[in-house]
Design a protein around this ligand. Structure first.
Ligand code: NKO
Length: 193
């Protein structure tokens, strides 16, 4: 297995926006609905929770599967795993198959984390669920879980994988800048159809 080839594969797989694919198969343009985003949350707004779960799992797989391959062939604490995780995520943000206009990367980052540390991923998911239950905003839940994951990865992961989490975390915050503005103004979108 060639490391560069695996990184390219991760990027190309990340570049498949399953939200856009599933919505298009239903005759819906996600960019014209709700937040205009291509992620599972906006699929929930456009098509309901069943399809949102499907898209979440598919987008998660884009991060999870390449990381499993990288762990198997190159090991967890390797630069290959660092770049595979980063480029699976960047594929979703800057997808070559969709004019480089991608999503916010939360589900794919979660897949990467699940492949690296199921323990840390499950803890982060619990933070996500708790904040969503208390506050009702997916974006706030995602940003809280992301912060939690980055901080804990400093203590629980090899340093280069903490670095990967940190870079991914910075991109996730940057991609949520409109959500952050809306949260501060009190105009953030809800989640229901
Ligand atoms: O449409 O702008 P919107 O309101 O849709 O969407 C905001 C939303 C975008 O993200 C998604 C994907 C939803 C996935 C939910 C499950 C999350 C589990 C979270 C763990 C996060 C771990 C991040 C790891 C970083 C290293 O936010």
């Amino acid at each position: 297995m060639d490391a560069l080839l695996l990184v390219v594969f991760a990027y190309l797989l990340g570049s498949v926006l399953f939200g856009e694919v599933v919505a298009k198969s239903k005759g819906i343009d996600l960019r014209a609905v709700g937040s205009g985003n291509v992620g599972a949350t906006n699929v929930a707004r456009a098509l309901g929770k069943k399809y949102a779960l499907l898209v979440f799992l598919l987008d998660l797989f884009k991060g999870f599967f390449p990381i499993l391959l990288s762990r198997f062939y190159f090991g967890l604490d390797s630069w290959t795993t660092f770049f595979v995780g980063l480029f699976a995520f960047l594929g979703h943000l800057y997808p070559v198959f969709h004019g480089f206009r991608g999503g916010k990367g939360v589900a794919t980052a979660f897949g990467v984390l699940l492949g690296i540390s199921p323990f840390l991923a499950v803890l982060s998911l619990l933070v996500w669920l708790l904040v969503f239950k208390l506050k009702g905003y997916v974006s706030l839940a995602s940003l809280s879980a992301c912060t939690f994951a980055v901080v804990l990865s400093l203590f629980l992961l090899p340093f280069k994988l903490f670095l990967m989490s940190l870079i991914i975390g910075v991109f996730i915050f940057y991609r949520h800048r409109d959500n952050i503005k809306r949260l501060l103004e009190g105009t953030e979108l809800g989640f229901k159809r």
